[in-house]
Design a protein around this ligand. Structure first.
Ligand code: ZN
Length: 85
């Protein structure tokens, strides 16, 4: 199964972005804004129940300039047009 390779994301804690593992984001930061550690676009962390359980990072809006979305990445990284600040 192919999918995003990211193992971490960033969550906003006390007004500052902080890198956490997907596991932590899923367990402790369910209602918190999350962004991609690479392009800073908004992401969601969801569990995959088909096959062995794993957590998946996916972008709300796909971004061609994000190396964490290998399917659509065009080889050059640039910030998400709707990056969370
Ligand atoms: Zn990204």
């Amino acid at each position: 199964m192919s999918g995003p390779i990211a193992a971490t994301c960033e969550v906003k804690v006390g007004g500052a972005w902080q890198g956490v593992t997907l596991k932590e984001a899923h367990a402790k930061h369910g209602g918190t804004d999350k962004r991609c550690p690479s392009c800073h676009g908004r992401v969601i962390v969801s569990g995959s129940y088909s096959g062995p359980f794993k957590l998946i990072l996916s972008h709300r809006k796909n971004h061609r300039g994000c190396p964490l979305t290998p399917k659509s990445f065009r080889g050059e990284a640039w910030p998400h047009p709707e990056a969370l600040a």
